[in-house]
Design a protein around this ligand. Structure first.
Ligand code: PLP
Length: 385
């Protein structure tokens, strides 16, 4: 058994290592051929026409917002049960942020709450321009319902799928953008597939895709068709707008290509471990997540029936070397967002979910012996009054 079991971690095999070493021995550490290989691999896995590789999912959310035209005067709505990056991207663009409370069962944006908030916003003339649904823990939001509301109220949809590569919705992979303008994936080491740091935006819109490529690299183009005048020679390029350096390196992309080839295996290992937890954990003291074969199972989050026990259980598990965690502190209660006018009580389901939530270790290489230790420890800790 390991002396410390984290809640999530990468799985790196010999082929992953060899792929990175090959890039180190090649001519291109960045802006080389592995970027397109990785983009093609992600586009294929997600069932989208285009993919743009970036330095992080945070960069991806930022660029996608910019390319969707989000700026001052716009309202962006997202889930309070997410990592701060889902909201920060709106702030980078000078837009206003608001949240939609979650469904206690799926832990995703509640369609009911969304409908109510939209009806109210229509009366007040405060409809959002963009909604960023978050596929929490790898379970897709109800995208068909969201797309219907998007059509009716005239907002656009950007999927935060940082947790959800390998997930599906209505038998189609998440990231195919059938109900959204774009989808953003994260490849941070705690996520399902890793490139160290990294993110990808998928889309089916060619003009949007070309804009993202430009924004990723300073707003510069080398494509004569995009230039404002004829090229002066092979050295010539034009900066058309203010972009960034949000590029991924070829070292990361090569790791990503091999990791994506292991995606199905990762998801199936995660599903097996989830089923084992569901089979072994007691339903009287904890509320277990709903099983779904379509979830990518990035996280395994339970709720204690008695929220007053959360801190004690959390501390006792940590003392036993188990890296339990909590996902998520509601974003609107962060001091930065309280300063934007949000308060306790604004999104009661997300807040009450948070108060009793604990994330148990779940990752592809979690051994049976370690998982048994997590389960045994939790049972013991729960029984101590
Ligand atoms: C991890 C995460 C991000 C940010 O991803 P990075 O690649 O670390 O920038 C965004 N949204 C959610 C929901 C996340 O979990």
């Amino acid at each position: 058994m390991d002396s410390y079991i984290p809640y999530g971690r990468q799985s790196i095999n010999e082929a992953d290592i060899a792929a990175v070493v090959r890039v180190l021995q090649s001519d291109w550490l960045t802006q080389g051929p592995m970027i397109e290989c990785f983009e093609n691999a992600v586009a294929q896995a997600a069932g989208a026409k285009y993919a743009v590789a970036l330095s992080s999912a945070t960069a991806g959310l930022h660029l996608a917002c910019l390319a969707l035209g989000i700026g001052p005067g716009d309202r962006v709505w997202t889930s309070p049960n997410t990592f701060v990056a889902s909201a920060n991207c709106a702030m980078y663009c000078g837009a206003a942020i608001d949240f939609v409370d979650i469904d206690r069962y799926t832990r995703n944006i509640s369609i009911e709450a969304l409908e109510q908030k939209l009806a109210q916003a229509e009366l007040m003339g405060t409809l959002p321009t963009l909604l960023i649904p978050v596929h929490f823990a790898g379970l897709s939001c109800d995208m068909a319902a969201i797309a219907q509301l998007a059509q009716r109220y005239g907002f656009r949809v950007l999927e935060d799928a940082a947790h959800a590569i390998g997930a599906s919705y209505q038998d189609q992979p998440v990231g195919g953008c059938h109900y959204s303008q774009a989808t953003v994936f994260s490849f941070h080491p705690v996520k399902i597939v890793t490139t160290g740091e990294g993110g990808v935006i998928t889309t089916n819109d060619e003009a949007f895709y070309r804009r993202l490529l430009r924004l990723r690299s300073h707003g510069i183009t080398r494509n004569p068709d995009e230039m404002t005048q004829t090229s002066e020679g092979d050295w010539y390029y034009q900066q058309l707008e203010l972009g960034f350096n949000y590029r991924m390196t070829d070292l990361q992309a090569a790791l990503g290509v091999n990791q994506i080839s292991r995606l199905k295996e990762f998801c199936s290992l995660r599903r097996d471990k989830v089923q084992y937890y569901l089979q072994k954990l007691p339903k009287d003291l904890i509320q277990l997540p709903k099983y779904s074969v379509e979830s990518a199972w990035h996280l395994f989050c339970i709720n204690l029936r008695n929220e007053k026990e959360r801190k004690r259980v959390f501390d006792a598990m940590r003392l036993r070397g188990i890296g339990v965690n909590v996902h998520y502190l509601p974003v609107h209660l962060q001091p930065f967002y309280r300063n934007q006018g949000f308060n306790e009580g604004d999104f009661p389901c997300a807040e009450s979910y948070y108060r009793s939530a604990i994330t148990l270790p779940l990752f592809a290489d979690l051994s049976l012996c370690n998982q048994d230790y997590v389960i045994q420890s939790l049972l013991e800790v729960l029984e101590i009054e």
